[in-house]
Write a protein that binds this ligand. Sequence first.
Ligand SMILES: NC(=O)c1ccc[n+]([C@@H]2O[C@H](COP(=O)([O-])OP(=O)(O)OC[C@H]3O[C@@H](n4cnc5c(N)ncnc54)[C@H](O)[C@@H]3O)[C@@H](O)[C@H]2O)c1
Length: 327
Amino acid sequence: MIGGAGYVGCVLSDALLTRGYRVRVMDNLLYDHFHVAEGLIARPGTSLLVGDLRDAHALGQALDGITDVVLLASLVGDPISRKYPELAKAVNLRGSKALLDALSGRGLRRLVFTSTCSNYGLWEGTEPATESAPLTPLSVYAETKVAFEQAILERRGAIDFHPVILRLSTVFGLSPRMRFDLTVNEFARAIASGVKLDVYDKDTWRPYCHVRDICQAIISVLRAPDEVVSGEIFNVGADENNLTKEQIVEEVLRHVAGDVRFVEGGGDRRNYRVSFAKIRDTLGFRARFGLPAVVPQMVRAIRCGLYRDDAGAPDRYGNYAVRPGIV
Ligand SMILES: NC(=O)c1ccc[n+]([C@@H]2O[C@H](COP(=O)([O-])OP(=O)(O)OC[C@H]3O[C@@H](n4cnc5c(N)ncnc54)[C@H](O)[C@@H]3O)[C@@H](O)[C@H]2O)c1
């Protein structure tokens, strides 16, 4: 896993180990989230290599003897990519392309690339967007994801492994590397902590998916026959988890009282509902976790003080600023 010490990667490494895989994680711990390293080093079956995917030597070590690659490393999210646009392009696009070039000739079976439903940007179709809907990236983040998807598809005839592109919904739920810069997590934290919350553009839609369901989808893709998934794009999520921001707030307020104000005219123009029929019909994937079951867990975790140490280190729990020295 490249980028395997992040929010999704920490949960995925656990899920893979439980299913009998051995896992090598390469990650440059971009946000100073060294607190996850112990879990990745100490658990039998896992190894951690702290390194940058743009470093050809470190990459060579990370790839030695590997059967499948899950690419999670990116600057993830619109705000962090807007704050560091050159770094976002260097990692999400140029670094990822160099990785793609380094993968052939190794006997690799599969590359799973985690792209994003943000690629749909502003979707005005009457039906939810399928994988063949036109893409409208509205941020540097989504632009780099769309461009790298394109790079994979263009190289299909020239590579000797099977690439698969997964467009993930916005993820929610608990992870050893927590992210509170994600909508559901952010709302749950603010409300459960008694912080006044301004919610912009309450009627905008987006799909959401629990982090464990995301991991299950990635594992389903790793296990599927080559001919079923090779070169394919799948949206990952569940039709019933296409939600407006107001619906998310309502769900959180069902579990804990809070002070929420709805405001119009925010800067994020994204608004899209997405179809998950393809992954359901092709791989039998169904999301198991919805907000009603997960929000109470999150409220308990927040209220018991699990994240109280973030005052001096906010980046531990979100993609807000990269650690000094990373360019
Ligand atoms: N979390 C979501 O809501 C969401 C939604 C859609 C798609 N995705 C995709 O899922 C993947 C994982 O997202 P996440 O939420 O775990 O994000 P994250 O920021 O928590 O994890 C990314 C990891 O990549 C590492 N990384 C960044 N640059 C690197 C580099 N140059 N070399 C090595 N490691 C590097 C970071 O240190 C971090 O651990 C990303 O590809 C993201 O685009 C996530």
